[in-house]
Design a protein around this ligand. Sequence first.
Ligand code: 5AD
Ligand code: SF4
Length: 440
Amino acid sequence: MSAPKKLFIKTYGCQMNVYDSERMAEALGGEGYVETKSPDDADMILLNTCHIREKAAEKVYSELGRFKGLKAEKPDLKIGVAGCVAQAEGQEIMRRQPLVDLVVGPQSYHRLPEMEAKAREGEKVLDTDFPEEDKFEKLKNRPKAKRGPTAFLTVQEGCDKFCAFCVVPYTRGAEVSRPADRILREAQDLVERGVREITLLGQNVNAYHGAGPNGDKTLAQLIWELDKVDGLERIRFTTSHPNDMQDDLIEAHGTCAKLMPYLHLPVQAGSDKILKRMNRAHTAESYLRLIERIRAARPDILISGDFIVGFPEETEADFQATLDLVEEVKYGTAYSFKYSTRPGTPAAERPQVDPAEADDRLQRLQALLTKQQREVQDSMVGRDVTVLFEKAGRFPGQMVGKSDYLHAVHVADCDRAIGDLARVRILSSGANSLAGALID
Ligand code: 5AD
Ligand code: SF4
């Protein structure tokens, strides 16, 4: 038997890409590839790219440039670009960077084995179609490899919301939900391989409406089906749009014990003028009322968000409205970005905010969000939480895991194994994690 070929995948961007990279590794595993942690000994390098902000896209070109020497040494090395930059600029990548042998968009990963074979024959291959078939169904699984205790599972892809700043509706296409039975089978399989916590993924995950035996299922109905899977202990989902937060999903946060008290619910901005121009189709007030209802269902829920500052025509007063909204919500964690112009999106055509002004606003917003994050994390001290252990800590006898609220928790003198759940009393709060002790 010939030695296995080696595959190096570098993943940029969101969790969806992490999930897709795993699927690509599995697909190429069927062709005799094993993963390697270093590009130096790879026979194939895949960059799974992100196009959400300009910086993310530019990174791809600089990374590709770095492989020049490697390719000169190893002419058989194949280099591929996958993900959203591949989808958006496939032809351009091939033109700009002759090192690239293969370009594959997010909807075509099941075709990777054929594409790899063509690339091996010296062809340049590009596939950025939006085919009808379910790419996940076509991606064959490796024999049941053991998995860590947490996993992502894509249930929905694409987005029909067309926020004025966002490339996702163009790069990932229209909203498509996977049928519920396939998701349940995949979840069952993950649990058999050691997974205890599943995070359901979708660009607009709470718009999920996948086919079930008696008509379409909502995300809440899917969660209730997953709740019945023995051995699955925790369910999370991301990312949600405020306007798709249906009553049954809000209710599930109060009634489904496996659904974790953590919700990522981006608002982007606090000014109604800006929200309207962003085409968000909600107001600051409607978002705040929604948060109130979610907290009524699950008072201890940790809220997370995304923010954009410096969106075209954002004034200081508009920005102040974002700060006011943040003050009111009190976020447990948040991601904030400076607006980045994405060609082809409606906002790209509008008058831009002075970059120095946008930088200053980003700093001020991040200072407030960091303070809130710290306060929420500190408020855990003295409380009892459940921790799912994910790995050994740096010190002998120490284990590290995540609480229900997704805080990292270090536990000393811990006799539990990876994949165990245990009740832990939180004793202190550090820079980015909590420390606690097992409760007998
Ligand atoms: N500029 C800056 N941030 C953006 N996001 C999406 N598009 C842009 C853009 N053009 C942010 C949003 C979104 C997150 C995934 O990335 O906050 O929720
Ligand atoms: Fe992009 Fe999210 Fe808006 Fe969809 S809902 S267009 S993915 S920001």
